[in-house]
Design a binder for this molecule. Structure first.
Ligand code: IMP
Ligand code: MG
Length: 174
């Protein structure tokens, strides 16, 4: 089966939107320190670009949770593969995710961060597929709403490939 990638959001569009998100976040959190939690691996490209566009004090940490494995369907079960290094007590946590799909990952993570004593927890996602939502989760900051198609690039993978594409594309099988 031949595989090709159609551009959905160009590199310029994505970067311009991330710049806007960074400005908005800087305004909303003015006077505070913000603790960004990057959900590996998908959100890593987005977080780096976003962090550079935030002009208030930022600290960062990383977490890895299980997602789809080699498939394009969520297993529904969430496991921590790599935990945070820094404590969360009293911090203004902003979870940075690549995409909100069913919402299960973020629902789980929100609960976990609150349990661990964060002062407040908000969500920031580059992409949102609202048609696929199974649980009631809404990101506080969303880059783009996209249709129900499997996307890759800008950190997102299909079986660990295509993360390095500088744009968001849809995988097509001909
Ligand atoms: P959720 O728990 O169903 O919301 O799943 C979120 C995770 O599934 C994301 O962090 C991605 O790793 C993965 N995912 C969901 N949709 C896509 C997609 O279109 N392309 C690549 N990964 C996706
Ligand atoms: Mg992910």
């Amino acid at each position: 089966m031949a595989e090709r990638i159609e551009v959905l959001l160009s590199e310029e569009e994505v970067n311009a939107r991330i710049r806007e998100m960074g400005e908005q976040i800087s305004k909303d959190y003015a006077g505070k320190n913000i603790h960004l939690i990057c959900i590996l691996k998908g959100a890593s490209f987005f977080m780096c670009e976003l962090a550079k566009r935030i002009d208030i004090p930022v600290s960062i940490d990383f977490m890895s949770v299980s997602s789809y494995g080699e498939s394009t369907e969520s297993s529904g079960e969430i496991k921590i593969k790599k935990d945070l290094e820094e404590p969360l007590e009293g911090k203004h946590v902003l979870i940075v995710e690549d995409i909100v799909d069913t919402g299960k990952t973020l629902q789980y993570l929100m609960g976990l961060m609150k349990e661990r004593g964060a002062e407040d927890v908000k969500l920031c996602a580059l992409l949102d597929k609202p048609d696929r939502r199974l649980v009631d989760v809404k990101a506080d900051y969303t880059g783009f709403q996209i249709p129900d198609e499997f996307v890759v690039g800008y950190g997102l993978d299909y079986a660990q490939r295509h993360r390095n594409l500088p744009y968001i594309g849809v995988v097509k099988f001909d």
